[in-house]
Design a protein around this ligand. Structure first.
Ligand SMILES: [Zn+2]
Length: 329
């Protein structure tokens, strides 16, 4: 297919030489939801050489509104596994590695690439990626979308980092709380891909924070400065060096007003072992409802736990550890 990249080779900023550079480059996308699945699509079509995709979530019906490559048949499959199949049909020249893991301090070295793209939906992981980017001098393209507002920022070796800008704020809105429209997420992903190509080609990637509101037709650029107080920029990587590893994450599920625990890596639970060891309300082979000290917990065989009434995170962590210890295959 000699013609395959003809349109982007005609674009003078890329040309035939730039195309070769793209084909010799590697990209990692962390999180393949609304942002990551779209940037994966565009980069595979652009002919990137190698791509690693990381995510430990499964496709849900509510994802289909904006996560373009997924289809109805993909619901309940692991996102990275479903996505890899679609991407390979689009461009069989690209070497794609799908990894069903949530990125944390212990496995972060696996993401090594020429450029890292943010497809996550939480600040905790982004701050970790920010440290990894600064420490290893690997460009990291931050992207976020909420409602009709999108933000993109390049964390580069010499500029301000996410900690300089956001001051470790953990409570920024996510699409769970404010909703989001597909135009917003597609624009953010498209801008991230354009920045990734500029970085690969050495063509002046943006040094400013780019923000738009697609509903109000507003596009703005903000100059950002390095903070003298930023610990990351002076070389202290507290998240990368974090000990006390936990194999799961607890998060508040906004839509169901309950708490969930999800394994960071693919996990299979033996529901029979669990129902044998805990008071059981319901047992349906792949899912069970158990009771621990009057608290009901729904246990899925793929490791997700739903706490219907408990709200105390430390207690939830304790119980989750107990359940995983008993049921892990
Ligand atoms: Zn900084």
């Amino acid at each position: 297919m000699a013609d395959r990249y003809s349109r982007q080779e005609l674009f003078k900023e890329i040309g035939k030489e730039g195309q070769k550079r793209i084909e010799n480059s590697s990209i990692t996308i962390v999180g393949v939801g609304a942002l990551g699945s779209v940037s994966a699509d565009l980069l595979v079509r652009a002919g990137i050489g190698r791509m690693k995709i990381f995510d430990n979530d499964k496709v849900e019906e509510s994802n289909l509104q904006r996560q373009s490559l997924y289809v109805e048949n993909d619901v309940s499959k692991y996102k990275v596994e479903a996505l890899k199949i679609h991407l390979e049909k689009i461009n069989s020249n690209v070497r794609i590695e799908a990894i069903t893991e949530r990125i944390c301090a212990e496995n972060i070295d696996k993401i090594k690439a020429d450029v890292i793209i943010d497809g996550t939906d939480n600040m905790e992981t982004r701050f970790l990626l920010n440290e990894y980017s600064k420490k290893g001098k690997i460009p990291f393209i931050y992207g976020a979308a909420s409602g009709s507002i999108g933000v993109v920022y390049n964390v580069l070796a010499d500029g301000a980092c996410l900690s300089c800008i956001f001051n470790d704020s953990k409570n920024l809105a996510t699409c769970d709380t404010d909703g989001v429209i597909s135009s917003t997420t597609h624009i953010v992903a498209s801008m991230q891909v354009a920045e990734a190509l500029k970085i690969i080609l050495g063509k002046n990637p943006s040094k400013e924070l780019m923000r738009f509101d697609v509903w109000k037709n507003k596009f703005e650029n903000f100059k950002v400065n390095k903070s003298a107080k930023c610990m990351v920029c002076i070389g202290e990587y507290s998240l990368l060096d974090k000990k006390n590893y936990e194999e799961f994450v607890v998060s508040e599920c906004k839509t169901k007003s309950a708490y969930t625990a999800k394994p960071k890596k693919k996990m299979l639970l033996d529901i029979r072992k669990i129902t044998k060891n805990f008071e059981t309300v319901e047992d349906a082979v792949i899912i069970a409802v158990i009771k621990i000290k009057d608290e009901e917990i729904i246990v899925h065989d793929y490791g997700e736990l739903l706490f219907k009434t408990l709200t105390e995170v430390d207690r939830i962590k304790e119980i989750a550890k107990e359940i995983y210890k008993v049921g892990k295959r």
